[in-house]
Design a protein around this ligand. Structure first.
Ligand code: GBH
Length: 480
């Protein structure tokens, strides 16, 4: 398989980070081990009808127990970094600022981090990937309540204090859009709130997502302030927030559709990135939501603006955007993958929201770099092969469509770096393993490694081999 960038192109810099990404609830299992508190995903995923196949997070890939195997696997792929998340409820089982810290939780991640470093792998840590301590939801409604800002900050500080001597790359949270919209608008993710009474006994989809988003931004920003004041001067790490966002392309090149595409970017990305990097909500969101969009005080804005050291990009696909939609969660834009001539934009996946389209990724990198003006770390990108779960393992290991996806996405990143001058510093495919895919349960596989859930054995797919070779060939080393 040819993987060289091009005979003339320079190699990626020696300190370019590549590795896989995971999240605690999707891989750990062991939900009642070593003093872990409950998270909002525990009961949610155990409730009938919440996941497609009835799967829950009780075992997942058993990585709380099999962590040494996971590190051996990472090492076999030659990664230089690993992005994983810490379960808040393992560190502070009841979540709050006055609740006790669990030494066993600290110990687990501490030895995990030590083992990564011993294997030459840079730990890249997410503090919050959707597994809110249940106790905070029961106590005051979790992200709906401004109280959480103080509790989240306290949790983050416990982590900075315990791990910051060794962890130099932090993400405060993963994809706040998903927490707000999928958790408190559509109700498809925990805590499952929605105005749709067939789905949820409580919730108000017209107001709650915007309140939750606001509290997520404040929580992020005050945690970063604490890091910068109390830890960064000695620990010298960097911190950001991982934002989901896919490239938005006008369905047809008309002014209305060009505007629609910008509105999609405003709601998916700008909702968070504009306050954090530019110091204000997008004008379009204010227009769309009026008084439903909360307002930052001057003092808060000073904390929010500039509260990230780099841009952390989670991106999977490109959407064709048409004016005239009514869904506020998508910026009142209609999405499609079908071009005006009836052809599909890219290769279909197992997810309704995902097709392969690397040129859009290159455009998104350019857009984010121009607008937010910071180095970009690609903290997630990945593909679920259509109907992979109904294949035999032998068949699934030859994940051709995922190989082609990553071939295209890695080449697009390189083109953005080498030809467009975009400062991209990391690339983390989602995911190391097939794992608990939230509302899809185990019916959708995103792993570059196949997991046989009956035995918990791991088997590299062709895509893992492709990625390992690609980065081995294309990152400069002392030898090359
Ligand atoms: C990531 O989210 C997650 O971080 C990760 O935990 C997950 O396992 C992985 O991707 C694979 O799903 O059609 O308007 O409902 C993916 C980002 C953003 C993708 C929202 C689906 C749906 C938009 N997601 N998007 S909409």
């Amino acid at each position: 398989v040819p993987t060289a960038l091009s005979p003339l192109a320079a190699k990626l810099p020696k300190d370019f980070l590549w590795g896989f990404a995971t999240a605690a609830f999707q891989i750990e299992g062991s939900t009642d081990v070593d003093g872990r508190g409950k998270s909002i995903w525990d009961d949610f995923s155990r409730q009938p009808g919440k996941t497609r196949d009835g799967g829950n997070g009780d075992v997942a890939t058993d990585s709380y127990k099999l962590w040494k195997e996971d590190i051996a696997l990472l090492k076999s792929y030659g990664v230089t970094s690993y992005r994983f998340s810490i379960a808040w409820a393992r560190i502070i089982p009841l979540g709050g600022r006055n609740d006790p810290v669990n030494p066993k939780g600290i110990e687990h991640y501490s030895k995990f981090i030590d083992a990564l470093l011993a294997a030459g792998i840079v730990p890249f840590v997410t503090l919050y990937h959707w597994d809110l301590p249940q106790a905070l939801y029961d106590r005051y409604g979790g992200w709906l309540n401004r109280e959480i800002v103080e509790d989240y900050k306290n949790y983050a500080k416990v982590c900075f204090r315990a791990f910051g001597d060794r962890v130099k790359h932090w993400l405060t949270m993963n994809e706040p859009w998903c927490v707000a919209i999928l958790g408190h608008g559509r109700g498809v993710f925990a805590p499952g709130r929605s105005s749709d009474r067939n789905r949820s006994p409580e919730g108000d989809s017209s107001t709650e997502p915007w309140i939750v988003g606001h509290n997520l931004i404040l929580s992020h920003a005050y945690a970063v302030k604490a890091y910068r004041e109390e830890f960064q001067p000695s620990q010298r790490g960097i911190v950001s927030i991982a934002l989901n966002g896919d490239w938005a392309m006008p369905y047809e090149d008309t002014p209305a559709n060009v505007e629609a595409a910008q509105h999609a970017l405003d709601v998916f990305i700008g909702w968070y990135a504009d306050p954090v990097y530019l110091g204000h909500y997008p004008e379009f969101m204010r227009e769309m939501l009026g008084e439903r969009l909360p307002v930052f005080t001057t003092e808060e804005l000073a904390v929010v603006k500039g509260s990230a050291d780099f841009y952390a990009m989670n991106t999977y696909t490109t959407n064709l955007c048409k004016a005239g939609g009514s869904d506020e969660f998508r910026g009142r834009v209609e999405y499609t993958f079908t071009r005006p001539d009836g052809t599909q934009l890219g290769t279909e996946s197992h997810c309704f929201w995902l097709q392969t389209y690397p040129p859009g990724f290159r455009q998104l990198l350019n857009y984010a770099y121009k607008r937010y003006r910071l180095p970009i770390y690609v903290t997630e990108t990945g593909f679920a092969v259509k109907d992979e779960n109904s294949l035999t393992m032998e068949e699934a290991l030859h994940d051709h469509d995922r190989v082609e996806y990553f071939r295209g996405m890695s080449a697009a990143a390189v083109a953005a770096i080498v030809e467009d001058g975009v400062d991209v510093r990391a690339f983390f495919p989602w995911s190391l393993l097939d794992n608990f895919e939230w509302a899809d349960g185990y019916s959708t596989r995103f792993g570059a490694t196949y997991v046989d859930f009956a035995t918990q054995k791991r088997y590299p797919k062709d895509s893992a081999k492709f990625l390992a070779k690609f980065f081995k060939d294309n990152i400069a080393s002392d030898l090359s």
